[in-house]
Design a binder for this molecule. Sequence first.
Ligand SMILES: [Fe+2]
Length: 205
Amino acid sequence: MTANPHPLGTFMDLLGKEMRSRMGNDPVRDAAHRRIFGDTALEAPNNSDKPPKRQPACRYLPECFAELEKAGGNLGKLGAALRDIEPHLDWNNQAERRKSPVLADNYADCFIVGPGGYVPSSTIEIGVSVMAPHMDYPDHRHPPEELYLVLSEGEWRQNANPWHEPGVGGVVYNSPDIVHAMRAGAKPLFAIWCLPLDNKPHPQG
Ligand SMILES: [Fe+2]
């Protein structure tokens, strides 16, 4: 295996492998995974002088990272790699603020890779969501398909199907434009999402 010299190399390698090992043999998921992780030639990170943005829901990050550390193994390593880059990430809740001030105070996400992200990319988007306990993220949809790596307790739903709990390390696949939602239980919800963009950015605004 060749070492990835990019600063995000450890994170990307761990994320791609962890998802691959947990998503089963579905060819549709497999194709999405290849489109996201097949070309790891990332641009250099944005080293802006501006301090990264924080949001109220970032108060849950220490607890989320501590839970991942407890999980150990590759998930623990992935959590540590994410914790290392987190100080550079801009956290947002703009789209959520337009939906509900309560949601905006209890949810935040950031783009690690993607348009306007820490590492610019027009072909893939990789981000992280954190949400307060007992909070619902309402139904939404977007043209690109999406793979989540779930890093906490919490439930996911598609269309009007029953809620299900993927568990820590579970993978959720959302087909293009499917309506989906998530909700946190007693612990904060924490998850990484990955989208191949195909020139259709994830709507964040
Ligand atoms: Fe989504």
